[in-house]
Design a protein around this ligand. Structure first.
Ligand code: AMP
Ligand code: GLY
Length: 437
């Protein structure tokens, strides 16, 4: 596979895809980049294509019409629905590489029950668990009685990031389990429910890019999931991210590689799952020992907006390695600097919020990169088009410096209802950072 220069189709419309588009646009191997459907920001890096990311037929036609050489899939929904399998099934499309797993690999994210069984089969450290269905509800209620609070209940299928509930008391846990199983609280997604032991520790995300047999471990990141400062209020898609993660020491990351990454890749090989793409490993650091909380079949958002800027190597060269099974021979260099990504969101998010607010001041930002998420062009203006609006990403020689740049750039951007967390990363600053800040 020596196709170069490349015509690339990138699927998705979030901050993650903006960061991919920014990085791919710098590749010497790139001829043309299309982003489907993209957002107001991705237009700076390529051409937006107004097709739904779930309309595989229309995507396939576009790929043929524009002689696309490679398709890169950002979000999980088309992967779990089988976009990669669709390409392999079509005579004219099957030779075009898709970066992102087939349905069998995407099940690591698409089914919590499958991913827990996979971890058990391959001795990958994770929380103790049992899975229940409507028929075994009574056993599920009894199982809850054997656990200590708080309780962790997970809908088996994709539930738009809302499928995990952590009730504090046994009675709440029992009524939640009943809602999920007997009353289909999350529709088909909660036809099965995983109940697991609560792990106490500090969370981080580790990302792996694999061609099916070899892998590269990307820089680790920490995500800030709650809407409110000091981690209060409801969960969101992610309010910001930083990389590197100071508490992920080389010794800890070594354990992650030996106990989690290697058995995961070997497990996929053993099970005949030819996985090509990203694996996002959500981890809990429990007193220095890593446990898997979840797998995702894609990169994280907003983690990507902090991780991709730390990759010095050519991303298209790495993707070429993934497609052709030669990832191990590709160079992979990491930028030593700190990167912070602070997410600007719409007023009201993650509850109800309005779209279409005019965004001003973008041109004043000089010290940060802006990775658009929920934005769309409106004539010459840019307006909000989602809950998470723009990730403000900055480099720094210290975490403090990166954060200060992101916060001051965030102030320059104006739209009605703008909100962001002013404490992203501040829990990780060492006393030394603070003294020098
Ligand atoms: P998930 O969708 O599996 O990432 O779960 C959402 C969030 O719930 C995670 O980011 C954790 O903060 C929390 N969580 C999930 N599983 C556990 C667990 N076993 N123990 C403690 N917290 C958990
Ligand atoms: N930031 C968490 C996720 O992408 O799932």
């Amino acid at each position: 596979m020596g196709t170069s220069p490349y015509r690339i189709l990138l699927i998705g419309s979030g901050g993650r895809e903006s960061a991919f588009a920014w990085k791919i646009s710098q590749s010497p191997k790139l001829e043309t980049l299309y982003i489907l459907p993209g957002n107001a920001g991705t237009q700076a890096f390529g051409t937006n294509v107004a097709i739904s990311e779930m309309d595989f037929e229309a995507i396939g036609e576009f790929v043929l019409e524009h002689s696309i050489h490679m398709v890169i899939v950002g979000p999980e929904a088309p992967l779990v629905k089988g976009i990669h399998d669709y390409f392999l099934e079509q005579e004219q499309l099957k030779a075009i590489p898709v970066i992102g797993p087939k349905k069998d690999g995407a099940a690591l994210e698409g089914s919590k029950d499958f991913s827990k069984q996979f971890m058990q089969r391959h001795n990958i450290p994770t929380a103790w668990y049992q899975t229940f269905s409507k028929e075994t509800l009574a056993e599920g209620l009894r199982f809850l009685e054997t656990l200590k609070p708080p309780y962790v209940l997970k809908a088996d299928g994709l539930a738009a990031g809302k499928g995990v509930v952590i009730p504090a008391t046994l009675s709440e846990a029992k009524s939640e389990l009943t809602e999920m199983l007997a009353h289909a609280k999350f529709g088909d997604a909660s036809a099965k429910v995983v109940i697991e032991e609560f792990l106490k520790g500090i969370e981080l995300s580790v990302f792996v890019l694999t061609d099916g047999t070899s892998y590269k471990i990307l820089p680790a990141a920490k995500d800030y999931k709650r809407i409110g400062e000091r981690d209060t209020g409801p969960n969101t898609g992610g309010m910001g991210a930083v990389s590197p993660v100071p508490f992920a020491s080389p010794e800890f990351l070594q354990k992650v590689e030996e106990r989690i990454v290697k058995p995961t890749i070997n497990g996929l090989v053993q099970e005949g799952i030819n996985y090509k793409g990203f694996i996002f490993i959500g981890l809990m650091n429990v007193a220095g020992e890593p446990f898997v909380i979840e797998y995702n079949c894609r990169m994280g958002d907003p983690e990507t907006e902090a991780v991709i800027p730390r990759i010095k190597s050519d991303l298209l060269d790495l993707f070429e390695g993934v497609a052709s099974g030669s990832l191990s021979s590709r160079t992979f260099e990491v930028d030593e600097r700190f990167v912070s990504a602070v997410m600007l969101v719409a007023g009201g998010y993650p509850g109800e919020y309005e779209k279409g607010k005019v965004i001003e001041g973008l041109e004043n930002v000089k010290d940060s990169m802006l990775f658009h998420s929920g934005t769309r062009p409106d004539g010459k203006r840019t307006v909000t088009n989602g809950g998470r609006v723009i990730a403000v990403t900055s480099y720094g020689k210290t975490m403090q410096e990166a954060l200060q740049k992101s916060f001051s750039s965030a102030e320059m951007i104006k739209y009605e209802g703008k909100y962001y967390r002013k404490d992203i990363g501040t829990d990780l600053l060492t006393n030394q950072d603070k003294n020098h800040g």
